[in-house]
Design a protein around this ligand. Structure first.
Ligand code: PAF
Length: 279
């Protein structure tokens, strides 16, 4: 496994690989890798000749009040996991390598990125699309794999790829849960045992709301009940909403696939989860 820390090394490697007819799959991450990430690497491995994993805690997607400084990091552990999952290249740049000091260009998707996490974290998705666009230009992937835990991120990146003609296929990968149902996230590390137990209410309430929406064909009572359940478990609900996956607007009579998405704080930790289903 090769480790690159400069943009030049990665881009030269990727352009050389493409010239010799090899396909590339990219798995962008912020490190502190867990089974959700390794499942993305396995999908990537099944798709392309070369698997590249980027490990970069991207400051541009954190607001000044957020957890950039304390975001968990474990570079040695991450490398061992990449090696075990047959990754060919790890790209792990420093911030000063990734962004020039006077970097002033953003890539911003302006519709799908607005609700849900985009409403609570207004600068988040433009930070994501900016770094992902750079990673696509550096790693030249034919495929890029993104987990559906942040399904909105996946939809935003698919729209960016379509709108800007990036020659890359986005592969959305299933959300991975712990045995008790909690969606895997590097931020789960922040939870105390008690917060973690109470945070299970997010997934449970989404499942309850989904069943009720499918059987009753109305949204509001099911969503209010889900908000009540998470609040009763001590969570501070940021949002629980149902949106059309294609428009990220309220579902209407043409909607087919919807996302029932939640974000809630347990203690100071903000967790997200979702259920995607057909109406
Ligand atoms: O999902 C993440 O871990 C990040 O948002 C990503 C896609 C690696 C961009 O920094």
């Amino acid at each position: 496994m090769q480790i690159f820390t400069t943009r030049r090394e990665l881009q030269q490697f990727a352009l050389g690989a493409k010239r010799s007819g090899k396909s590339i799959a990219l798995v962008p991450t912020m490190g502190f890798l867990h089974e959700g990430h390794t499942s993305l690497m396995d999908i990537a491995r099944g798709k392309a000749d070369i698997v590249i994993v980027s490990i970069f805690v991207n400051p541009k997607q954190f607001a000044p009040t957020e957890d950039f400084d304390r975001y968990p990091r474990d570079f040695e552990g991450d490398l061992a996991k990449c090696e075990a999952h047959k990754v060919d290249v790890v790209f792990a740049p420093e911030i000063s390598e990734m962004y020039d000091v006077n970097s002033s260009t953003w890539v911003e998707e302006t519709v799908l990125a607005k609700p849900l996490c985009g409403a609570s974290r207004p600068t988040f998705y433009r930070g994501v699309t900016t770094v992902v666009a750079k990673l696509f230009l550096l790693a030249q992937p034919d495929y890029a794999v993104f987990g559906l835990k942040d399904a909105q991120q996946c939809f935003v990146i698919q729209r960016m790829v379509r709108d800007l003609d990036f020659p890359v296929e986005i592969i959305p990968a299933p959300l991975v849960r712990d045995a008790d149902g909690l969606a895997l996230s590097s931020r789960n590390r922040y939870l105390s045992a008690d917060e973690r137990r109470r945070a299970l209410s997010i997934h449970q309430s989404l499942l309850g709301a989904k069943a009720r929406i499918i059987s009753e064909k109305t949204f509001a009572p099911a969503i209010s009940e889900a908000v009540e359940k998470v609040s009763a478990a001590g969570g501070k609900v940021d949002y629980i909403e149902i949106l059309d996956c294609d428009t990220m607007a309220a579902p209407d009579e043409n909607s087919k696939r919807v996302i029932l998405a939640a974000a809630a704080f347990f203690g100071t930790t903000r967790l997200i989860d979702n259920e995607i289903f057909e109406l």
